[in-house]
Design a protein around this ligand. Structure first.
Ligand code: CS2
Ligand code: MG
Length: 404
């Protein structure tokens, strides 16, 4: 089966998504997600200008060889732009292979290891009361795992806040210039344990409780934080500190038994090697879209399994529904599955990407359609052209640029 076409689309049904469509001579098409929030056009160009022309004429079944060709063959390895492009190709080729086999993708990977994929939602409030209200809403929806974020008194906004009560969380702002936000570690360390205390007090320990620290603390601050919230038994604390220096997680580990998840910004197995080998984390958060598609993620997950590290893939609404659909197949199969993030999508987004997945009582299932089980409505997508939007940046109260 030969590849005869590869097209790239950038569409903005509420937020920007980069979609790759691979076409074969047998009429089977495959879809891949190449969205890199705030850098969408760079990946679109990398695909359009460099990789797509080199796909034409290749055997669509040669997934591993094509992955190796674009990874090693570029000479320039790794990096989010390169890896998002390779990921989209890999996803689309697995979609094609599974369609050709007449099977849902999870069957090709080795079949289902569980009946459903536990997902966690994102719940938020500008105040503690609003966060409690939002938690109750998600609990009623059936979520078994809930991530809670809350406004901090004295800070105008922080990671995870929606722009108004009841609105879906969307960190990026439209326009060509990122918004700047002020961050205070002291205020955060002081207030956040009160949020967990209030949640556990009101709702007990029935749901898994998660929290995203979004790389804001230093290792010793993260250690103190983890230790101070141990009574609330978090499922995980996410991205406690930036992870370029993997060894710095040792310091956190020495002080706390609060489980650690990291890796949503990683794009290769090398970014997590030491963290996994030294058992410095409990959950690896790499995604299909940024860490090399099914091929890259499978390698990371199998390696992680040796050290009892489980998967907890990134799944915000700024990865397209194509990524979500593919992730559910991966999660249904992967033996060392932990949890899958599911922030959800607007109706407008789901109209552009008609999908097969189901949600029931806190668990998701990718469906039984051959392939990944997702479509792309090109005509509708064309009505929503690219609209520049950027993630915010953070500064300390004295103006120093910080980690957002
Ligand atoms: C995040 C994201 O979902 C998460 O855990 O940390 O909201 C992240 O900020 C965005 O995906 C960035 O594009
Ligand atoms: Mg996160």
């Amino acid at each position: 089966m030969k590849i005869i076409g590869a097209d790239v689309f950038v569409t903005c049904p509420g937020r920007n998504f980069v979609t790759l469509k691979i076409i074969t001579d047998e009429g089977i098409i495959g879809l891949g997600d190449a969205t890199l929030n705030g850098r969408e056009l760079a990946v679109a160009s990398y695909l359009r200008d460099h990789l797509c022309p080199q796909l034409i004429g290749r055997d669509a079944h040669a997934i591993e060889d094509i992955w190796q060709f674009f990874y090693k063959g570029a000479y320039w390895r790794r990096g989010p732009v390169t890896m998002s492009a390779i990921s989209a190709i890999d996803m689309a080729l697995w979609d094609i292979k599974a369609k050709a086999a007449g099977m849902p993708l999870y069957q090709l990977l080795g079949g289902a290891s569980r009946s459903g994929v536990m997902v966690y939602c994102h719940c938020t409030g500008r105040t503690l009361d609003e966060a409690i209200e939002d938690y109750a809403k998600h609990q009623q929806m059936g979520f078994k795992a809930i991530r809670v974020q809350c406004g901090i008194p004295g800070m105008e906004t922080t990671y995870g806040m929606s722009k108004g009560k009841g609105l879906a969380y969307e960190p990026a702002t439209k326009g060509n210039w990122p918004q700047e936000q002020i961050w205070s570690t002291e205020r955060y360390l002081d207030y956040t344990p009160k949020l967990f205390a209030a949640i556990r007090d009101k709702f007990g320990f029935n749901e898994h409780l998660l929290h995203d620290m979004h790389h804001r603390l230093t290792p010793i601050e993260a250690a103190r934080f983890g230790k101070s919230v141990e009574p609330y038994r978090l499922f995980w604390m996410e991205d406690p500190t930036p992870a370029e220096n993997q060894a710095c997680f040792r310091l956190i580990r020495e002080h706390t038994v609060t489980p650690i998840a990291t890796g949503e910004v990683f794009n290769s197995i090398w970014d997590c090697k030491q963290l996994i080998e030294e058992q410095l984390i409990d959950y690896i958060r790499t995604t299909l879209t940024h860490a090399g598609g099914i091929t890259g993620m499978r390698r990371i997950a199998d390696f992680a399994a040796l050290y009892q590290v489980r998967t907890g893939s990134h799944g915000p609404s700024d990865l397209s529904p194509i990524c979500m659909a593919a992730a559910l197949h991966f999660d249904l199969w992967v033996p060392n599955f932990g949890v899958q993030e599911y922030m959800g999508y607007s109706e407008q987004m789901l109209e552009v990407f008609p999908h097969q997945w189901q949600f029931e009582d806190g668990y998701m299932h990718p469906g039984e359609a051959p392939g990944i089980g997702i479509e792309f409505n090109e005509q509708l997508a064309a009505k929503y052209p690219y609209d520049p939007a950027y993630l915010p940046v953070a500064r300390l109260e004295d103006g120093t640029l910080w980690n957002w």
